[in-house]
Design a protein around this ligand. Structure first.
Ligand code: ADP
Ligand code: ZN
Length: 343
């Protein structure tokens, strides 16, 4: 599959872990984390031909300090302008190593090898890379399309179940906003690690279509991918990014935003019911954590960078497998829906 971008097209290749890792060029610079390093043990010899930097796992690694460690490691190991950086891992490694690749010597080739479901269906495609600041997530970053993405669903065999379900939230999201047939397939058979490849392919196709049309998020089209994220990000923020994982928070957000869509008369009640039912069946949470108050959520949403001065903005459902971006949603409607749908 080819994805067009402003700096040229890149290929997304579906592969086995073995052949994906074989594609790592000799002398490449592989950035990964300890869990992934353990998971790729059977194919270690394919990677060890390259230079490897193995970092601690977790969101904490998306920091200025770890970013500094990456670029200084590249400099110390004499990486040149043509040396490929390989991001081998989940979304954290993809964003961090991607940002290092985007900025070291003003940009070196970037090979993405995503190893979580979330990274395979979402973060490895579309060219967003970046790191966090103490002041907020993803505050420093770039649009930097990879040179290639190698997707091997075989990597998911070692992924902890909670991480798999976490990624499944984004998969359901693509169905809800763009592809009712995908929702029907998931309703019949929620995600398990077996046979997930056709689903991953479908999600990447859907995302690629959107980011090709609105790569730099200027027309509002790319913002439809934020279904569930206005409320989801607020939940993550209020919780201080501990507790719920991203996919879990956006699952709760999708349920709330589906009911908001209903309240604004954009879709039938059955559409919102299917969102809640499907996510629950997948084993995802659908109600907010008890300690998070609606006041705190609304306050966090107001500060959301997408809200600007124009009131709250949401990607809302307009039918099964359809959505649109809605700006200036009255806070009163949001508060009422939130108090009701989690009552
Ligand atoms: P995400 O991909 O959800 O954005 P992370 O990059 O933090 O987030 O990955 C989630 C967790 O899964 C991390 O602890 C990471 O080390 C671990 N992980 C990633 N890929 C694999 C894999 N294939 N097998 C086992 N653990 C993995
Ligand atoms: Zn997301």
């Amino acid at each position: 599959m080819t994805v067009r971008s402003s700096t040229g097209s890149y290929e997304i290749v579906f592969d086995t872990p073995d052949s994906a890792l074989r594609e790592i060029p000799q002398g490449a610079y592989v950035i990964t984390d300890e869990n992934v390093w353990a998971a790729v043990e059977p194919w270690r010899d394919r990677i060890e031909r390259a230079n490897c930097l193995v970092l601690p796992p977790g969101e904490q690694s998306k920091s200025i300090e770890t970013y500094e460690r990456c670029v200084r490691w590249l400099a110390e190991h004499r990486a040149s302008r043509r040396s490929p950086v390989v991001a081998l891992g989940g979304g954290v490694i993809g964003d961090l190593a991607g940002f290092a690749a985007a900025t070291y010597m003003r940009g070196v080739p970037l090979l993405q090898i995503p190893t979580t479901l979330l990274a395979q269906v979402d973060s490895s495609v579309g060219g967003k890379v970046g790191i966090d600041l103490p002041d907020g997530k993803n505050l420093v970053g770039a649009f930097y399309p990879p040179t290639k993405v190698l997707v091997a669903s075989g990597f998911l065999a070692t992924l902890p179940r909670r991480e798999l379900i976490n990624g499944a939230a984004e998969v359901w999201k693509y169905g809800f906003i763009m592809d009712n047939a995908l929702v029907e397939a998931l309703e019949a058979e929620p995600i398990e690690s077996a046979d997930v490849e056709p689903i991953i392919r479908r999600c990447i196709e859907l995302k690629a279509r959107v980011v090709e049309e609105d790569e730099h998020e200027t027309t509002g089209l790319r913002a439809i991918l934020n279904f569930g994220h206005t409320v989801g990000h607020a939940i993550e923020k209020v919780q201080g990014y501990v507790g719920l994982k991203h996919g879990e928070a956006i699952a709760i957000g999708m349920v709330a935003e589906a009911w908001l869509s209903r309240r604004l008369g954009l879709c039938e009640e059955s559409v919102a019911e299917r969102v809640a039912g499907g996510l629950a069946k997948q084993g995802l949470p659908t109600a907010k954590p008890e300690r998070v108050t609606i006041d705190a959520l609304v306050e966090a949403m107001r500060r959301d960078k997408k809200a600007d001065r124009e009131g709250l903005a949401f990607s809302l459902l307009t039918g099964p497998g359809a959505c649109k971006l809605v700006q200036n949603v009255p806070e009163r409607d949001v508060i009422e829906v939130l108090s009701r749908c989690w009552a």
